[in-house]
Design a protein around this ligand. Structure first.
Ligand code: NDP
Ligand code: OXD
Length: 321
């Protein structure tokens, strides 16, 4: 155990974020390195050179004077960006095929669910009603993806493969085969106007907070075979203005929504989202980070860093993602 120590701070609170599960995996892949599961381990803060974290308490990381790299155990770093005492060391986020594949599954599942009128068909089944409605082809539906990064670009290609018309919107200009790419504030409106199903895979930053609001929903295409436009948000809850979203579902500005993320998680029992007839709700599990895959990803990056190599997927603090 002569290598610099790694502190593990995992505060997810759900089964997929079980701290012990992460500790076991890190012990396996960090053979000669001390892995300390906080807050219970006994240690000298000066021995911590690396921290692997999920939702650390603000101020927790500032306690390590010799910290060299922070590894976020997920893709989104908004919780860390909100910590004003975050040490000024590289922050690495997750961008791996396993996580990307899981998100693409979620996006394809929910786009298909709305496109193939699943909520209607399930209600018919419950009522024992044999009442098929006419079904349009995928090529009649335009899916618009906000965020064409690691996750958005992969989901876009999968949806294109299924036959949907796909466009995407990002901060900088992109070129992706078969996808109509829009970028920047000036191109947001034309992107929205052609969109029947809006998928949000943006990071939460000061620029994107509450970007999913009533004014934006009103710009979506109202002439699709689906009737009213649909929202799928698997980015972060802070992207959606939740009272606007409920009002837009209530008055038909939106026809339906699949929501994986919420401003407050776990979602409080009295939230209207739980029982809203137009909402398909999942408990922030669109794409879990898998401890097997991610512990290997972190261990490999540390080995490479210690050998003088570069870190992958380092967050740009100025952009906030
Ligand atoms: P990336 O950083 O790879 O991609 C982010 C994309 O958003 C980029 O295309 C970026 O543009 C675009 N973007 C950022 N800010 C703006 C802006 N102001 N205007 C327009 N476009 C913008 O992130 P990932 O694809 O890996 O992940 C996206 C998010 O998904 C995460 O931040 C996280 O919040 C969420 N997530 C949710 C999970 C879940 O289970 N629900 C699981 C994993 C992630 P550009 O390319 O020009 O930089
Ligand atoms: C992530 C998440 O950001 O699981 O990876 O939300």
């Amino acid at each position: 155990m002569n290598k610099a120590a790694l502190a593990l701070l995992v505060h997810g609170g759900t089964e997929n974020w079980s701290p012990e599960r992460w500790k076991n995996r890190f012990n396996e892949v960090c053979k000669d390195r001390r892995v300390l599961l906080l807050p219970n381990a006994t240690f000298d803060p000066a021995e911590i050179h690396y921290a692997a974290v999920w939702k650390p308490v603000p101020g927790e990381l500032a306690a390590f004077p010799n910290l060299r790299v922070i590894f976020n155990l997920g893709a989104g770093v908004d919780a860390l960006m909100a910590d004003s005492s975050l040490p000024n060391v590289p922050l690495v986020r997750v961008a791996v095929g396993d996580l990307t594949g899981r998100m693409t599954e979620y996006v394809a599942l929910h786009v298909l669910m709305h496109h193939r009128q699943e909520p209607y068909l399930r209600s018919c089944q419950r009522e024992k009603r044999w009442a098929p409605k006419s079904q349009w082809p995928a090529s009649a539906i335009s899916v618009g993806i906000m965020g064409l990064g690691t996750l958005g670009a992969d989901a876009a290609k999968a949806l294109r493969h299924l036959g949907f018309r796909v466009s995407g919107w990002s901060r900088s200009r992109k070129e992706i085969d078969g996808i109509d790419c829009f970028h920047g504030k000036a191109q947001l409106e034309p992107f929205l106007q052609r969109t029947d199903i809006l998928v949000c895979l943006l990071p939460l930053t000061p620029d994107t907070r509450h970007i999913l609001n009533r004014a934006l929903f009103a710009k979506l295409n109202r002439n699709s075979p689906m009737g009213a436009p649909v929202l799928i948000n698997a980015g972060r809850g802070g992207l959606q203005a939740e009272s606007d979203l409920l009002q837009s579902l209530d008055d038909g500005t939106l026809g339906a929504a699949s929501l994986d993320v919420f401003a407050t998680e776990p979602l409080p029992p009295d939230s209207r989202f739980w029982t809203h007839p137009k909402v398909i709700l999942t408990p922030h599990n669109a794409a879990d980070t898998d401890p097997d895959e991610i512990s290997k990803y972190v261990a490999q990056q540390i080995e490479r860093f210690e050998a003088g190599g570069a870190l992958d997927n380092v967050v740009d603090p100025a952009r906030g993602y």
